[in-house]
Design a protein around this ligand. Structure first.
Ligand SMILES: NC(=O)c1ccc[n+]([C@@H]2O[C@H](COP(=O)([O-])OP(=O)(O)OC[C@H]3O[C@@H](n4cnc5c(N)ncnc54)[C@H](OP(=O)(O)O)[C@@H]3O)[C@@H](O)[C@H]2O)c1
Length: 415
């Protein structure tokens, strides 16, 4: 199919560029630098047919002169309107926009399907790490059971700094801002919302189900303390902001939360601002992909990769999504940190309450004396509702000196 206004299968492949900020400008430069090599490999030369920003360009005119639209504006409006209009006009679209895909995925996929155009978005999740391509193409035949992701570089940078230097959350965040790894307003990152949007996109691909941002409960890292990280080291654990998408019974569950990982988990060794995605399927055991999750040049490289893929027919279209039950109450192992009075019988009472709720303890460390006495435990997997019920009771015990601190533990290791 040749879209109206297209240059067809000969002549330059015309790329209309929406947005010319960090990623847009880097993409423009990279495309021009790589145009000769792409022409040699693909047989057509990509060229920028025009640029739209707030102060330059006109969308209808740009659309008319383009075979493909690259959307690097960000946010939902006017990006959604432009992307939908481009697809309805028969143009392929490449975007790096996680908000757009996680909030309007149904409409975007349906429009791409209806108009038989490609909608590519490798850079929307984990930057240049090729998680989308691997899931949609390489693993198209695999039945994906579970996906774990470290999909936010800012929070991984902060947690790594806390682990390596013993810094507080506030100091590690300030350092991340000073070095350009966190924005002046870091709230989307540190609350887990950015990661939740990316996990919604990955879950849709992994399970072929329409998952939106509103179906992904998320927790951030703002309340993590250096003590949590320090004590957990004694238990062989390291802390990450983890996205977890999995099949449970007949449904699926997608969550984002800070979680402890044992050393054998492939994500345990992902440090600094890197991102990584672990995909589990019986057919492949597990595959972990990791690399830079952001940065103008890195993200632009993923965007250009998508453009090259779209230049090569036939188009790959996302299959229509099938509704599945979204499971909210999920089994997990938990870390529990209690500040307690230093007196006999404390551990026995805590263990009794846990036991009555069906929670069993995997390991315990008793720390400190007197006013500094603490109980740090890891539980075997249990339904979250049961564990929370036990914690509500434990919090009311007279020897518990402050609110119990709870962090999930991811048990899988691949050794
Ligand atoms: N930065 C990264 O490392 C990174 C990594 C992965 C994904 N992404 C995604 O890439 C996309 C672009 O991010 P970015 O960091 O390049 O953003 P950015 O630096 O803020 O650039 C945004 C660009 O969009 C233009 N724009 C904004 N509102 C517009 C409107 N209403 N109409 C027309 N143009 C408008 C801006 O125009 P003006 O120049 O006129 O302001 C600017 O050129 C986002 O979806 C982001 O989530 C970024």
């Amino acid at each position: 199919m040749t879209p109206e206004g297209s240059s067809g299968e000969s002549g330059p492949f015309r790329v209309g560029l929406l947005g010319h900020g960090t990623v847009g400008a880097a993409f423009h430069e990279l495309l021009e630098a790589r145009a000769d090599a792409i022409e040699q490999g693909v047989g057509r030369r990509p060229e920028i047919s025009g640029v739209l920003t707030r102060s330059r360009g006109q969308f209808d005119d740009l659309l008319e002169r383009s075979d493909l639209i690259v959307e690097l504006i960000g946010g939902t409006e006017p990006a959604l309107d432009y992307v939908l209009r481009a697809m309805r006009a028969g143009r392929h679209v490449v975007t790096a926009n996680k908000q757009l895909l996680s909030q309007h995925g149904d409409e975007l996929y349906a429009t791409a399907y209806e108009h038989q155009v490609q909608l590519r978005f490798e850079a929307a999740v984990a930057g240049v790490v090729p998680a989308i391509r691997v899931m949609a193409e390489t693993l198209a035949a695999a039945h994906i059971e579970r996906v774990h992701g470290i999909v936010n570089g800012t929070t991984n940078f902060i947690l790594t700094a806390m682990e390596e230097t013993g810094a507080s959350y506030e100091d590690a965040l300030a350092e991340a801002q000073r070095l350009g790894f966190a924005e002046a307003d870091p709230s989307e990152d540190v609350t887990g919302k950015d990661a939740a949007a990316k996990m919604a996109i990955l879950a849709r691909l992994a399970f072929g189900a329409p998952v939106g941002l509103e179906q992904v409960p998320y927790e951030g890292i703002e309340r993590v303390t250096p003590e949590d990280i320090e004590y957990a080291k004694d238990l062989g654990l390291s802390l990450k902001l983890v996205g977890r998408a999995e099949r449970i019974g007949g449904g699926i569950a997608v969550h984002v939360y800070p979680a402890f990982l044992y050393g054998g988990h492939p994500l345990a060794s992902v440090r600094g601002s890197f991102n990584a995605v672990t995909i589990e399927s019986p057919a492949i055991t597990e595959i972990t992909l990791s690399g830079p999750g952001a940065g103008g040049t890195q993200t632009a490289s993923a965007v250009l990769g998508d453009v090259i893929s779209a230049m090569i027919p036939p188009p790959t279209l996302p299959p229509p999504a099938v509704e599945q039950e979204i499971v909210m109450d999920v089994e997990s192992a938990f870390y529990l940190h209690l500040e307690v009075a230093d007196r006999p019988g404390v551990l026995a009472q805590v263990a009794e309450i846990l036991g009555l709720q069906g929670v069993s303890i995997k390991s315990v460390v008793q720390k400190g004396l007197g006013d500094d006495a603490r109980l740090v435990m890891v539980m075997h997997p249990v339904l979250e509702s049961k564990f929370r019920a036990a914690i509500d009771l434990i919090a009311r015990l007279d020897f518990v000196r402050s609110s119990p601190r709870v962090i999930r533990v991811i048990e899988e290791v691949f050794e």
